[in-house]
Design a protein around this ligand. Structure first.
Ligand code: G16
Length: 559
């Protein structure tokens, strides 16, 4: 059917119509799918054009026939999630997918999507989320395609999708009433079976295979206390189900666990700024032993102890250090560790001590996929509050929480004690990310263009409390398929081992966001991060001439 060249709004079969649509500018996926203002997505035909372009780009891999393919659909529950799911269903049936699996209520965290794709051997999945960005009609929306290994589509696929978006002229639409996705069950529409499934089931089984649920149950029974902030995103139900129902943590362990379309008007972003309530509770005199939060789609995490914040780079290093000993799923050891280039080098020292390789990739979880598929690495992490392993092909916020829970259970130490022991052994990478948001896009792009040619001449120049040993724009060559990713971030390596990285965010929906990553190594681990990093922060502001270019002195967000 779909090879027929349609004329305007031509009926293809009784209920399938080829609907005319014009291309929309700017549908190129960024670091993680297509993210835009919700209103942009709500324009007639906008989502339809992107979804059909994705199907057009993917059709070649199944010789033009989706009849044996399963597509998984779900999202983080933000505003427009339900409407988008209905549209996707009508288009997927119009494109004659053999099966479409929709999470009950349309709610599926990103890691659960990855787990479902892998366990059900699906062709791929569409995730509706703008991650940690706010939700609502005036806020953000997004859509991402995940491939059959469960991971985000690699760049060659997203570029193919983008090419199709530029010349799309119709999409296939199956006409029927809205499909009820509130109850589990199966129904057939045209040649497609639509299955509504329990979004908690596969993920819970996977976690029970990796972690020792009996030991964790015992740990809670012994009085261990934690709080988990679901930030009104999609992970609340998973956390309530696993922590409170399966592991016996007391009711009330999960805060903000009910998914809301607007995340209660907040940024569902687990960091010190946006998870301020959780931070306050972890600083109180009666604070529990562990505090954690996940973002709206459940792939990001933040870990806190009593009065202790664990930076994502340290969290990766600690999980890698202890996984084989305290987490059954990793008892055979790790094949390797991977981190994105701006992420602190704390994990590198652990990899060295374990005599396993460390891989440095561009920002974006998709770059870990090949390494994990080739069994080159087991755990991965990014400074953007992402940690995960080869159990799926996405970062997994709740998995990171269970890792920390298992480490605390196994060592019987507090979060602070685990961290001190780690730093005592390996030294500490003081790390901060400074974000300058809402910059003029062309001025920010021009800044990067001007900086690049000047990099070689920076070697030997004073910088912070040291001197620049090397400066370049990171180019990544994938060790598996040898694909090359240039311009992945400007990095300065200093003579004292410090590092500074600058890059523009690929996930923003307005203007440009400049990210500046600062890292300084020290054997002394009890210093104040801001004080340790102040000389680097000052030098980078001068190098980038931020005041002159953007009238900015201070970053909007420091994490
Ligand atoms: C996405 C990607 C991550 C990446 C992050 C930050 O996260 O999945 O791999 O590290 O964006 O990207 P940027 O610095 O370009 O904004 P998420 O949680 O937003 O999907």
């Amino acid at each position: 059917m779909c090879n027929i060249l349609p004329v305007d709004n031509q009926t293809i079969t009784q209920n399938i119509t080829a609907v005319t649509v014009n291309p929309f500018a700017g549908q190129r996926p960024g670091t993680s799918g297509l993210r835009k203002k919700t209103r942009e997505f709500m324009q007639p035909g906008y989502l339809e054009a992107f979804v059909q372009s994705a199907f057009n780009a993917l059709r070649g891999s199944v010789s033009g026939d989706f009849s044996k393919s399963t597509l998984v659909v779900g999202g983080d529950g933000r505003y427009y999630n339900k409407e988008a799911i209905q549209k996707i269903l009508h288009i997927a049936i119009g494109n004659e997918f053999g099966r479409v699996m929709v999470a009950r209520g349309g709610l599926l965290s990103t890691p659960a999507m990855s787990a479902v794709i892998r366990r059900r051997k699906a062709f791929g999945g569409l995730v509706l989320s703008a991650s940690h960005n706010p939700g609502g009609i005036e806020a953000d929306f997004g859509i991402k395609y995940n491939v059959s290994n469960g991971g985000p589509a690699p760049e060659d696929v997203t570029e193919r999708i983008y090419e199709f978006t530029q010349r799309i002229n119709h999409y296939y639409w199956f006409t029927c009433n809205d499909i009820d996705i509130r109850q589990e069950g199966k129904q057939t529409y045209a040649d497609t079976e639509v299955e509504i499934f329990d979004p908690l089931a596969d993920y819970t089984v996977l976690m029970s295979e990796l972690f020792d649920f009996d030991a964790l149950r015992e740990f809670f029974r012994g009085g261990f206390r934690m709080i988990f902030d679901g930030m009104h995103g999609s992970t609340g139900p998973y956390a309530a189900h696993i922590l409170e129902q399966q592991l016996g943590a007391p009711k009330g362990t999960v805060l903000n666990g009910i998914p809301l379309e607007d995340f209660a008007g907040k940024h569902p972003d687990p960091n010190l700024v946006y998870a301020a309530d959780l931070v306050r509770r972890m600083q109180a005199s009666d604070a529990p032993d562990l505090g954690a939060a996940n973002d709206a789609d459940g792939d990001r995490n933040m870990i806190l102890g009593r009065n202790v914040f664990i930076s994502p780079g340290d969290s990766l290093a600690v999980i890698a250090e202890h996984a084989a000993r305290y987490i059954p799923g990793y008892r055979n050891g790790l094949a390797g560790i991977a981190r994105s280039m701006p992420t602190s080098t704390a994990a590198d020292r652990v990899a060295k001590s374990l005599s396993i390789p460390i891989y440095e990739t561009p920002t974006g979880w998709k770059y870990f996929g090949n390494l994990m598929d080739a069994d080159l690495c087991t755990v991965c992490g990014e400074e953007s509050f992402g940690t995960g392993s080869n159990h799926i092909r996405e970062k997994d916020g709740f998995w990171a929480v269970l890792c920390w829970l298992s480490i605390l259970c196994g060592t019987r130490k507090s979060v602070a004690e685990v961290m001190s022991a780690h730093w005592e052994r390996f030294g500490r990478s003081y790390f901060q990310r400074h974000d300058y948001e809402g910059l003029d896009l062309s001025a920010a792009t021009q800044m990067s263009e001007e900086l690049r040619p000047s990099l070689p001449a920076l070697t030997g120049k004073d910088f912070g409390a040291s001197r620049i040993a090397a400066a370049d724009d990171f180019t990544y060559t994938d060790p598996v398929d040898h694909s090359v990713t240039p311009r992945a971030g400007i990095r300065l390596a200093l003579e004292d081992g410090s590092r500074v990285v600058c890059r523009l965010s690929g996930t923003g929906t307005q203007g440009a966001t400049l990210r500046v990553y600062l890292e300084r190594f020290s054997r002394q681990y009890d210093q104040d991060s801001s004080r340790m990093l102040a000389p680097l922060a000052g030098s980078v502001r001068q190098l980038l001439r931020l005041k002159e270019r953007f009238h900015r002195e201070d970053p909007d967000v420091i994490t």
